[in-house]
Design a protein around this ligand. Structure first.
Ligand code: NDP
Length: 291
């Protein structure tokens, strides 16, 4: 029997971050709503300065936390705040037993040392998973309750769509401490064979073409084109770039979407997952604190 060619071309699956995050948020809400009002998870976000993008993110985080029935608070500090004052603020939050998750919004003003600040947050309240102790736990495979939100969001998306990971070749483009490296480690933890690329990688397209799972976390609009992907691959686009007032990813979605098996859109892909995972992390830290 001759099969119609149209039947043989399998359309790629769009990995819907909005829907996947809503499902996760609904589950979290159910868990939180039954907790006593006075003893619910509490997230505190500290923001220093007036970076407009950071302000939008921070307000959104607080709003979603409230919608779930968690307690949340935003502490706004002036851009000229001395580092020692921010450290004191964090030390006070560390001591406050009603607070379960502390997030310092990045980037910090230039006069502050980010690693010093992140190291002051108690590892037990480190909701972003950026404290050196928690990064070390991720490296050693002894996973802490709160994993970096965007990498954990990428993994959640792969799980939600039942995309095989073990034994697959995963290529991560980007090696930042907040996205590229942790996502590589999480994929390795789940038994993928992992290659991490960066700005010095030679023949990026050839390396990416080997990927069963391709994660782009670079910050260059549409860097990844049709030439970079293998047929049927799962492509996860972490990039958020603004081009002519529009948000675009690191992947050329239109050029790639017909060739691959799965692909995340931008916006509406990894972005919404990040906030949902922040909420899950806050609940996980609350539980780990034995409350
Ligand atoms: P960084 O700028 O910290 O890191 C970018 C990485 O890309 C670096 O490792 C760099 O390599 C690598 N790189 C740069 N140019 C190339 C190139 N030509 N080829 C291959 N690799 C290259 O970015 P982040 O990791 O913080 O963020 C990456 C993207 O993800 C951004 O667009 C950001 O906005 C977005 N993002 C999205 C989030 C979400 O919620 N969806 C959350 C966080 C980030 P090298 O190390 O050699 O310099």
């Amino acid at each position: 029997m001759v099969t119609d060619l149209a039947d043989m071309v399998k359309p790629s699956v769009i990995l819907d971050g909005k829907q996947t995050s809503q499902v996760l948020l609904a589950d979290l809400k159910q868990e939180i709503q039954v907790l006593p009002e006075q003893h619910r998870p509490k997230l505190v976000v500290v923001i220093v300065g007036e970076d407009p993008a950071s302000q939008v993110y921070v307000k959104r985080k607080a709003k979603v936390a409230q919608e779930l029935g968690m307690h949340s608070e935003v502490r706004w500090l002036d851009a000229t705040t001395p580092q020692v004052d921010l450290e004191r603020e964090i030390l006070d939050l560390n001591k406050d037993v009603s607070v379960h998750g502390i997030l310092v919004q990045l980037p910090l003003p230039k006069h502050m040392n980010t690693l010093d600040i992140l190291s002051v947050i108690s590892p037990e309240k480190d909701v972003d998973g950026f404290h050196p102790v928690n990064q070390g736990r991720l490296l050693s495979g002894d996973l802490p309750p709160a994993l970096p939100c965007t990498p954990a969001g990428v993994m959640h998306m792969l799980h939600a769509y039942q995309i095989p990971i073990a034994g697959q070749h995963a290529v991560v483009v980007g090696r930042s401490n907040i996205v590229g490296k942790p996502v590589g480690l999480l994929l390795l933890q789940e038994n993928a064979t992992v290659t991490v690329c960066h700005s010095r990688t030679q023949d990026l397209a050839a390396v990416c073409r080997q990927a069963d799972i391709l994660v782009a976390a670079v910050g260059i609009p549409r860097l990844i084109g049709a030439d970079h992907v293998k047929e049927g691959a799962a492509v996860i686009d972490v990039g958020i770039n603004r081009v002519d007032g529009k948000l675009v990813g690191d992947v050329d979605f239109e050029a790639v979407k017909e060739k691959v098996g799965y692909i995340t859109p931008v916006p509406g892909g990894v972005g919404p997952m990040t906030i949902a995972l922040l909420m899950r992390n806050t609940l996980s830290l609350y539980k780990a604190a034995g409350q």
